[in-house]
Structures are given as structure tokens and as C-alpha cells.
Design a binder for this molecule. Structure first.
Ligand SMILES: Cc1cc2nc3c(=O)[nH]c(=O)nc-3n(C[C@H](O)[C@H](O)[C@H](O)COP(=O)(O)O)c2cc1C
Length: 302
């Protein structure tokens, strides 16, 4: 019996592990350490209409149990991506292309250009490191317009990547109202780190996005809240996963799929072990991963 397999939005994932957008770029580094066939899905770095150099360095700093980054969506732009990178994206896993931008038109055009290379598309509403006017998801009207524009641009399943800095239940309501059936909870949370010797921030932009084990319980709680409010919405739980138990906690809270971000950058060789650990845990209990999804909302195992 294949205990790890799960079907979401008509797409079959061999296991619930989704490599998250960003830390693994377009996969060339990561997949030197493991085969794409070992993971449930791979998400590309967010692609924007024009190429971006990202923010000036320093833009990554380690903090206790985590990482602060202010990369700023560095990417080659959608046209370079579709001509040179998309045709050679890793094969043998579900491919999710992440799109970003400023306006509904930016998003719908990028989706139109990239959808032929994707099994699913992720709408990045939540990068903390790009807009001076704030995270897109903080503007409800703009978010709604972007989601509707994306929804009418493709038949492929869409995922809205939410901001954990904002109310995730309210953001999910906007997603559900726009007809999209899946959310990613979520992006990194904003934070800062200062140097005691220099009296200055470590990151050039001062603030950055916190990822890694430090914020696992925060995102678990947000996944739980979204599942409680919208039981039919599919959820990717993303934040702080480094062990099999973390993945199972996300499922228990309500996630059907579980993302891995920083860990794919700092410990890529650990990912196959992590997946084996989930398999062993399920075999020991003679259960399927699906049995865990949302179980806390039903009073747990009886
Ligand atoms: C270096 C780095 C780059 C990232 N770039 C993106 C990106 O391009 N698009 C995006 O949606 N999220 C991006 N993220 C956020 C991750 O996808 C993920 O939401 C976050 O790291 C939390 O997961 P983790 O705790 O497993 O790292 C980036 C994160 C890091 C650390």
C-alpha cells in the first residue's frame, strides 16, 4: 500500500512534500543531491514580468533557529524563464510555477505565458521584501482583482500564497470568493536582526522574512484556523519543517500538502531521510498520510 500518496485538485502527489518557492531556485542545485522523483512537487522561484536583481546585500542572515532573508524576488523575468528555464525544469515530480507582480495584468500575463510548463500555478501575494507600499495581500481590493484575473487566465489549478503577517482567515475568504480552491500558508514572517558592535541592522533593508524552525508553531496555528473556517479549502502548510513529525503536525492541523523551504537550501540531503521517516511513522501506525489530514478538527484519533 502506498501510504504517502495523496490526490489534491485532481493532481496525484507521490508524497505530500512540496519544495517551496525560492530557496531551491529553479532546482538545478537541489537536484544534484536528490532526484526530483523523490518529492511530491517542486515550486519554482517566483517569476515576475521583468527581470529583477533583487535587493542589495547583505540580504541573508542566520538567526536563532532560523534565517532572515530580503532577497527581493531576484529572477530572470518571465520571458527569459519561458524560453530558457521552463522547458528544462526538473521532470518526474509535480511542477508548480510561482508567479509574482504588481497588478492583475502582470499576474494574468505571466500565467498565460507559463501555464503550459506547469501542473499548477502559485500566486505569490505575500513577498515581504519587494513593495514599498507593503505586501500585496494587505490590499484586499487588489488581491481580489489579482485572484479573479488569474482564475480567468487558466484552467490549471491555482494556489494563493498567503501572508502569515496578516489575517489568514480573511485572506482565505477572498481566495474562496474568487473561486480558487487552494492556499499556501504561507510566506515568511517579517523580522529584523541588529549587530551589537556596529549598532546597525544586519540586512541592508533592515527588515526581512523569517523562515526556519523558529516559526513552525505560528504557521501550524494559522493552518488550523484556515481549515476550521474553510474545511473544503486545500492547504499547503509551509514554515519550519525539518523533521517527519513536523510534516505530520501540519497534516493534523489541516494541511493536505507540506512545504519545505530553507531546509531545501541548508540540508538538501536530509529530504529523502525526512520522507522515509514519514513512511516509517505511517507504517508503524498502519495508516495513510490522508488519515491525518485535518484530524484535529474531528477531535483527533479515537
Ligand atoms: C532565500 C529564500 C528565498 C525565497 N524566495 C521566495 C520566492 O521567490 N517566492 C516565494 O513565494 N517565497 C519565497 N521564499 C519563502 C519560502 O517559500 C517559504 O515560504 C519560507 O522560507 C518559509 O518556509 P521554511 O521555514 O521552510 O523556509 C523564500 C525564502 C527564502 C529563505
Amino acid at each position: 500500500m502506498d501510504r504517502l500518496k495523496i490526490t489534491v485538485e485532481g493532481i496525484e502527489f507521490k508524497n505530500p512534500i512540496v519544495i517551496a518557492s525560492g530557496p531551491a531556485g529553479f532546482g538545478d542545485e537541489l537536484f544534484k543531491y536528490l532526484s526530483p522523483k523523490e518529492v511530491g512537487a517542486f515550486t519554482t522561484k517566483t517569476v515576475t514580468p521583468q527581470a529583477k536583481d533583487g535587493n542589495p546585500p547583505p540580504r541573508v542572515v542566520y538567526v536563532k533557529n532560523g534565517l532572515l532573508n530580503s532577497i527581493g524576488l531576484q529572477n530572470p523575468g518571465v520571458d527569459e524563464f519561458t524560453s530558457k528555464i521552463a522547458p528544462i525544469l526538473p521532470k518526474g515530480t509535480v511542477k508548480i510555477i510561482s508567479v509574482g507582480g504588481e497588478t492583475p495584468d502582470d499576474f494574468s500575463k505571466s500565467i498565460a505565458k507559463t501555464e503550459m510548463f506547469a501542473d499548477m500555478l502559485e500566486i505569490n501575494l505575500s513577498c515581504p521584501n519587494v513593495r514599498s507600499s507593503g505586501i500585496i495581500a494587505s490590499d484586499k481590493t487588489l488581491t481580489r482583482e489579482i485572484l479573479l484575473a488569474c482564475h480567468s487566465s487558466t484552467q490549471k489549478p491555482l494556489i494563493a500564497k498567503l501572508s502569515p503577517d496578516l489575517n489568514v482567515v480573511e485572506q482565505s475568504r477572498t481566495v474562496v470568493e474568487s473561486g480558487i480552491k487552494m492556499v499556501n500558508v504561507g510566506n515568511s514572517i517579517q523580522g529584523a536582526k541588529f549587530n551589537v558592535n556596529t549598532g546597525r541592522a544586519f540586512l541592508r533593508r533592515v527588515g526581512g522574512g523569517l523562515s526556519g524552525p523558529a516559526f513552525l508553531p505560528i504557521i501550524l496555528w494559522k493552518v488550523y484556523q484556515v481549515k476550521e473556517a474553510f474545511p473544503n479549502l486545500h492547504i499547503i502548510g509551509l514554515g519550519g519543517v525539518s523533521q517527519p513529525k513536523d510534516v505530520m503536525e501540519y497534516a493534523i492541523a489541516g494541511a493536505s500538502l507540506v512545504g519545505i523551504g530553507s531546509e531545501a537550501m541548508t540540508n538538501p540531503m536530509g529530504i529523502p531521510n525526512l520522507i522515509d521517516g514519514i513512511r516509517k511513522l505511517l507504517e508503524d501506525r498502519k495508516m495513510k498520510f490522508e488519515d491525518f489530514v485535518g484530524i484535529s478538527h474531528k477531535g483527533g484519533f479515537r
